[in-house]
Design a protein around this ligand. Structure first.
Ligand code: PLP
Length: 456
């Protein structure tokens, strides 16, 4: 077979791809007909495909390329580490310098009292760790019956058996007999879609109090933890009403259950602070991290664990859990370099003080568009809800058709924006500049105009 390169005709690459590559979250037969878009290179916030077309990546890949594409420092860090020590494990009383340095750095950046990290290769694996860790924690404290984890419908916590079970995505549960036992879901704080006649504030309280109802239903002595994303990402960038998190916090504190904040998207600057928990004043016991930890340049995830939980786990003998790539030295070196760049270039501060407020003003003005009923934003993650009738917050009859069309228009207009049903969502690299935000908005509005014309 000839060497496969960027210079091959797109159709040939697509045919080979469809013949041999099974894609995540993709209908294979449809892909074989349409052909995948082949991305060949990227720089800053821009992608280039095999046809030479450039696209502004308003999704930062999959919410992860926080420092933007093309940072040579990370490539150098990976190459250096591969030459020095490409792999060694962290099982059985061994360690290495990159994982020591990364762990110390994370303890410095994390909220007070978070001095411990357990590594995984991804966010999903880290959430699997969390399931095992919280159950082991209660067992070590003499309460092995505290096993149930409460989570939320339309939450996303990954694609492993554990991660997908914690998540509340029905189409995922339908494939493969999920959720696994002892995981229960309460309703999400999505006021736009589910708030009815309630004010957002009352609705936020009502949804939070479902946690208390679930605790009372199953019994406090059976509940290990509650897990949630500070802002639901894959569910459609659902920013909760202001009343929601304080009430969740009160309930977790009152009932002696652990709180896990899934920071896989919200962490590392996405909401304008290092962690979404800081933005929403959440005091979790465990934070799931991945994505922005390495800006997607190398696969790595983990659980940031508070001292109280870590002490119990550390004093309970072997924790019989771990992955071959827990604390992989190359990923750790890349993550450390990524954190250095985020910190030294003041990227999180710039998001909070300059670029996110600039985007917010423009994004919220989208509610003047005839198709847009709601615009939500938290730092550098945002969504708009498309509706046929703003006042009643009505949904379109065929959910997702408009969203899919709009996404296609975006591609043609040089913009990667994703749709969740008929919500359009963005999560651009944190390094996006004001003039690039202008370009993003111009292309988004053009795509929305074309979608509106098509829908009429
Ligand atoms: N948790 C959240 C909040 C996520 O958004 C994701 C991925 O999108 C995950 C967990 C799973 O992470 P990964 O895809 O790295 O396994």
């Amino acid at each position: 077979m000839n060497k496969i390169t960027n210079h091959m005709p797109t159709a040939e690459l697509q045919a080979l791809d469809a013949a041999h590559h099974m894609h995540p979250f993709t209908a294979g037969a449809e892909l074989a007909k349409a052909g995948a878009r082949v991305i060949t290179s990227a720089d800053g916030v821009m992608l280039t495909d095999s046809e030479g077309k450039t696209l502004l990546d308003a999704m930062a890949g999959l919410w992860c390329v926080n420092i933007g594409y093309g940072r040579n420092e990370l490539a150098e860090a990976a190459a250096r580490q591969m030459r020095e020590l490409p792999y060694y494990n962290t099982f059985f009383m061994t360690t290495h310098v990159p994982v020591i340095a990364l762990s110390a750095k994370l303890a410095e950046l994390a909220p007070e009292g978070f001095n411990n990290v357990f590594y995984a290769g991804s966010g999903s694996e880290a959430n699997d760790t969390n399931i095992r860790m919280v159950r082991h924690y209660w067992s070590a404290k003499g309460q092995p019956e505290k096993k149930i984890i409460i989570s939320r419908k339309n939450g996303y916590h990954g694609s492993t058996l554990g991660g997908a079970s914690l998540g509340g995505m029905i189409p995922m549960h339908q494939q493969g007999g999920l959720p696994i036992p002892d995981i229960h879901h309460i309703d999400q704080p999505n006021w736009w879609a589910e708030g009815g006649d309630m004010s957002p504030e009352d609705f936020g309280l009502e949804r939070a109090r479902q946690l208390e109802a679930a605790i009372n239903h199953y019994g406090e002595d059976k509940i290990a933890a509650f897990i949630a994303e500070p802002v639901q990402g894959a569910g459609g960038v659902i920013v909760p009403p202001e009343t929601y998190w304080p009430e969740i916090q009160r309930i977790c504190d009152a009932h002696d259950i652990l709180l896990i904040a899934d920071e896989v998207i919200c962490g590392f600057g996405r909401t304008g602070n290092w962690f979404g928990s800081t933005t929403y004043n959440i005091k979790p016991h465990i934070m799931t991290i991945a994505k922005g930890l390495s800006s997607g340049y190398a696969p790595i995830g983990g659980s940031l664990v508070c001292d109280e939980v870590a002490d119990v786990i550390n004093n309970a003998g072997d924790f019989n859990h771990g992955y071959t790539y827990s604390g992989h030295p190359v990923s750790a070196a890349v993550a450390l370099e990524n954190l250095r760049i985020l910190e030294e270039e003041g990227i999180v501060d710039t998001v909070r003080d300059e670029t996110a407020p600039y985007l917010k003003e423009k994004w919220e003005a989208l509610t003047d568009h005839p198709l847009i009923g709601q615009a939500s934003i938290s730092g550098m993650m945002a969504s708009v809800a498309m509706t046929p009738h703003k006042e009643s917050r009505a949904a379109f009859k065929t959910s997702g058709a408009l969203g899919y069309y709009c996404r296609t228009r975006c591609f043609d207009n040089g913009l990667v924006m994703r749709h969740v049903g008929d919500r359009m969502i963005i999560s651009p690299p944190l390094v996006i500049k004001k003039d690039e935000i202008d370009t993003l908005m111009d292309r988004a509005v053009k795509s929305l105009d074309e979608t509106y014309a098509w829908a009429k």
